[in-house]
Design a protein around this ligand. Structure first.
Ligand code: SF4
Ligand code: FES
Length: 270
C-alpha cells in the first residue's frame, strides 16, 4: 500500500517536473538603430528558457548572449519589474503586454508559451510614440498631457488639513482610486486602431474630477489635457474598447464617458 502511494506521489512529481521543462523558442524581434533608421525584424533562437522566468528575464538571457559575443543587446524599457511604474512596453504577438490579461509585460511569465513557439516582439506602435531604439519608444507625450493639467493646486506648506476633514463618498473614492491606478504605460494607445490616448487622459482627468479637491480646476484641466492630447497627434476614440481589454490596470471605458461629460460641461461654461 505504502509503495503504491509512493509510486503515485513520484508520478505526480514527474508530471509536474515535465510541465516545468525548459523551452526552445524562436524570437522575431524588431531591431532599429535609432529614431531615424529603418528598422526590421531579426530572428534569434534561444533555448533553456524556464517556464518560471518572466518575459523580461528571458530577454535578459538573450542579451547576456549578445554581450558575451560582443554584439549589441536588444534595447527595451523596464524599471520596477512588478507592474507599478509603467516603463515596460512590448507588443508581443500583436498584443500590448502579451497574451495575459490584467498585467504589464514585466509580470508576464514564460509558462504562457510552449516549447517550439515563435514569438514576435515589437515596440508599441503609434506616431505619437516614436521609436528611440529597438523596442524602446518615446512616451514623453504622456508627460506633456499630464503637465497640461494633471495636478491640483493645494497648500503643501505644512498647513494641509487632515484628509478626513473632507467627506468623500465611498463610491467616488473607489472610482477615483481605480482611475489613479493607471501606470501610464501606453498599452491603450498601442491597442487602439486609431492610436487614441483617450483612456489614459480620461483616467488622469477622472481621478481628480471625482474628488472635491479636484473640482476647483476641473474645467481648466479637462480643456488643457484634451488640447494637449490632440496636439501630440493621438487619434480619436471610436468606442472599440480594445484599450480597456489590453489595459494592465483594467481602467474602464466609463472614464472616457466621464471625460467627455467634463469636456462638454467645460466647453459650455466656456
Ligand atoms: S489606461 Fe491602462 S493601458 Fe492606458 S496608460 Fe493607463 S494603465 Fe496603461
Ligand atoms: S517594469 Fe514597471 S510596470 Fe513593468
Amino acid at each position: 500500500m505504502k509503495s503504491k502511494m509512493l509510486t503515485a506521489h513520484y508520478s505526480i512529481l514527474t508530471t509536474q517536473y515535465s510541465i516545468l521543462e525548459s523551452m526552445k523558442l524562436t524570437l522575431n524581434i524588431w531591431r532599429q538603430k535609432n529614431a531615424s533608421a529603418k528598422g526590421k525584424i531579426e530572428t534569434y533562437k534561444i533555448d533553456g528558457v524556464e517556464p518560471d522566468m518572466s518575459f523580461l528575464e528571458m530577454l535578459d538571457v538573450l542579451n547576456e548572449g549578445f554581450v558575451a559575443k560582443d554584439q549589441e543587446p536588444v534595447v527595451f524599457d523596464h524599471d520596477c519589474r512588478e507592474g507599478i511604474c509603467g516603463a515596460c512596453s512590448l507588443q508581443i504577438n500583436g498584443e500590448p503586454h502579451g497574451p495575459d490579461r490584467g498585467i504589464a509585460t514585466c509580470q508576464l511569465h514564460m509558462r504562457k508559451f510552449n516549447d517550439g513557439d515563435t514569438i514576435v516582439i515589437e515596440p508599441f506602435r503609434a506616431t505619437a510614440f516614436p521609436v528611440i531604439k529597438d523596442l524602446m519608444v518615446d512616451r514623453s507625450a504622456f508627460d506633456r498631457i499630464q503637465q497640461a493639467g494633471g495636478y491640483i493646486s493645494v497648500n503643501t506648506s505644512g498647513n494641509t488639513q487632515d484628509a478626513n476633514n473632507i467627506p468623500i463618498s465611498k463610491e467616488d473614492s473607489d472610482l477615483s482610486f481605480n482611475a489613479a491606478t493607471c501606470i501610464g504605460c501606453g498599452a491603450c494607445v498601442a491597442a487602439c486602431k486609431n492610436a487614441s490616448a483617450m483612456l489614459f487622459t480620461a483616467a488622469k482627468v477622472s481621478q481628480f474630477a471625482l474628488l472635491p479637491q479636484g473640482k476647483l480646476e476641473a474645467n481648466k484641466r479637462v480643456l488643457a489635457m484634451v488640447e494637449q492630447m490632440d496636439k501630440e497627434g493621438f487619434g480619436n476614440c471610436t468606442n472599440t474598447g480594445a484599450c480597456e481589454i489590453e489595459c494592465p490596470k483594467g481602467i474602464s471605458l466609463e472614464n472616457i464617458a466621464r471625460m467627455n461629460r467634463e469636456f462638454m460641461s467645460a466647453t459650455t461654461k466656456g
